[in-house]
Design a protein around this ligand. Sequence first.
Ligand code: ADP
Ligand code: MG
Length: 453
Amino acid sequence: MNDATWGKVRHELEGVVGKNHFQSWIEPLDFAGVKDGAAVFHVPTNFIGDWVSRHYKDLILSHLQSAGLPAARVQFTLPPQAQPRPAPLTKPAAKATTAATTSDDGDLPGAPLDPRFTFDRFVVGKPNELAHAAARRVAEGGEVTFNPLFLYGGVGLGKTHLMHAIAHELINREDGLKIVYLSAEQFMYRFVQALREKQMMDFKQLFRSVDVLMVDDVQFIAGKDSTQEEFFHTFNALVDQNKQIIISADRAPGEIKDMEDRITSRLQCGLVVDLHPTDYELRLGILQQKVEQQRMQYPGLVIADGVLEFLAMRISTNVRVLEGALMRLFAFATLVGKEITLDLTQDCLADILRASDRKITIEEIQRRVSEHYNIRLSDLIGPRRLRALARPRQVAMYLSKQLTSRSLPEIGRRFGGRDHTTIMHGVRKIEELMAQDSQLADDIELLRRALEA
Ligand code: ADP
Ligand code: MG
């Protein structure tokens, strides 16, 4: 096959894979001839070779064969003149490594790792177990099995925490490992600064000489063209040297608007895992852990039963808000020297509770509860005192108190004009019973989930 034939095949491939993928993956291939039944292509980097081999090998082969090439397989290699990769450069000047943090570079200026963001302090639950497992795997170091690790999820779900935890763990395991953690924003900032100060060589050298690169909130560079470009090259250079890359974003790679296709494809090449929104159990677990951790700082702190459960139910937006709420409660309770009760919680956190109100209505709760216990809605709300009606009614009162921001008098009005003390009594009764009766506790949990869903 001559170059013209390859030119024709290339053209066909462009039609199949699209312009962007073509430019990223097919265009860089240099046809070097057929050897031992293999169509050999020279690739500029191993990374590109691996990727093309994984995604386009069969496609390329079939087109080559249709064009009459006697090849049974395709092979991608670096051109023979390519030098073996240089060992990572020696440590660049400290001033250039603002965001780098390793055991012996601990005095570097810039964004240090948060010492609290360790695996020990990361509570694992269903919504984050996969991300946690992947992070653990990467933190073991050793051979790079997936590159990059791409973590994504909404605000405050633990992406940064996991990234720092990986860094802490790697530092503990291996002395002198050069780990750079920074936000995509900082990456851009340093890049622009390097451009301005004509220090691009230093910049490139710095980022290409790290052992582990972590870029947080990568969605930030979407649409920032020259920064994306540089990120892309940094990324390639590191993957080619088999250096681990860990990326986070607020959404999946394919959903980041204004991110170049070729970057998106690279981001998807490794392992992509998402952190799901927290569920009740995880939130409760996190709160319990935080309380334990704060014991030292706030000795004598007493938290009434049900307060943590209340917070876990009512603040479902994100963990950062949940933590903030708890800290505020601690500070307040310490200041006024009081036990943290449900009432104090509601007073102290009124604004947060309002903001994260999920707008579950009392009517919805009543409907669900009556369906669940198979009684009529009118009976649930009405005056009859039969036990078979009274208990579900109290459950509905309890859930109304827990899941809405309505006051007791307001709830009373919606339960057939009952007095607020009746509602309070009902709520207390259910709290008591739940502690003894696991069947009831399960029922309520089930209802709560259905309502929250
Ligand atoms: P993100 O980077 O996803 O926006 P962060 O990692 O900054 O979120 O987490 C926000 C806060 O919530 C941090 O203080 C973090 O320690 C805490 N957090 C999040 N998830 C967990 C978890 N599973 N266990 C303990 N703390 C958590
Ligand atoms: Mg973050």
